[in-house]
Design a binder for this molecule. Structure first.
Ligand SMILES: [Zn+2]
Length: 254
């Protein structure tokens, strides 16, 4: 049970945080489509950093991987995220091919948090040098063993990660010099505010959405790891140190 007097510090900027709200564990993204699971009777608290706007669920962030598997990424997960098995990887593969075209054939690509590896497989069929790594699936593999990649994609990963500093460290070590991280997560700007109850559909514990990023929190994280940060949209972003020639049609740096 969360204690409102507990001292919380922001995992992104280290500033002091306070609790923002509590939601039922069964709150899911499918509620946006009118589907309700019924209440689990388990309270999940979210804390919000007043400085950078990062929002997180402190109790769930401390769970071991096994507990996430039992409680969230279990047989029922497909009911709250029906697109993750097939539709999303297919759509993402199509988007990446459209973005990079033949330029991607010469680069090494890693799909971080790629689950079953469908996205990487589809890209290989299109001539990409793609591999998949998922901390939940490839447990026996350490990040250091995988190598370095020119392009790292992380679709619907950031909001699921309990340790955002660990994630950034992994991305940093997986990225070749002059590489690019392309990732998706929906920005919380305008959706979460201090002293305002949570009504945002994306803040859903049952989907494993335990880390919710503002634009400012992503910019701070990027800076901490020597990256520049930019966005193609509210949900699609990029991290890089220097724009590689194979991506200069997508990113212009002022
Ligand atoms: Zn912060």
């Amino acid at each position: 049970m969360a204690n409102p007097d507990q001292e919380l510090s922001c995992p992104v900027c280290s500033d002091a945080c306070s609790l923002l709200d509590v939601v039922d564990f069964n709150k899911s993204c499918e509620e946006a489509r009118g589907k309700f699971l019924g209440l689990a009777g388990i309270p999940v608290y979210y804390a919000l950093c007043g400085k950078c706007g990062f929002c997180f669920a402190p109790e769930l962030a401390a769970w071991p991987l096994e507990k996430f598997e039992e409680e969230i990424y279990n047989d029922q997960y497909v009911n709250v995220d029906p697109d993750y098995v097939d539709a999303r990887p297919r759509a993402n593969a199509g988007n990446l091919i459209a973005m990079f075209g033949d330029r991607a054939h010469s680069i090494r690509h890693l799909d971080y948090g790629g689950g079953s590896g469908l996205l990487a497989g589809l890209l290989r069929e299109s001539g990409w040098q793609s591999v998949s790594y998922d901390p939940f699936v490839d447990r026996s593999m350490s990040v250091e063993q995988i190598g370095e990649f020119d392009l790292v994609t992380a679709f619907e990963v950031f909001e699921h990660v309990p340790d955002v500093q660990g994630l950034m460290g992994n991305l940093r070590s997986l990225l070749a010099p002059n590489g690019l991280v392309v990732f998706s997560t929906l920005l919380s700007d305008g959706n979460l505010q201090p002293r305002q109850r949570i009504s945002w559909w994306y803040a859903s514990p049952r989907n494993g959405h335990i880390s919710l990023f503002s634009r400012s929190s992503l910019a701070i994280l990027a800076q901490q790891y020597g990256f520049r940060f930019g966005s193609f949209s509210d949900g699609f972003h990029v991290l890089f140190a220097k724009v590689p020639p194979w991506a200069d049609h997508l990113i212009s740096v002022k």
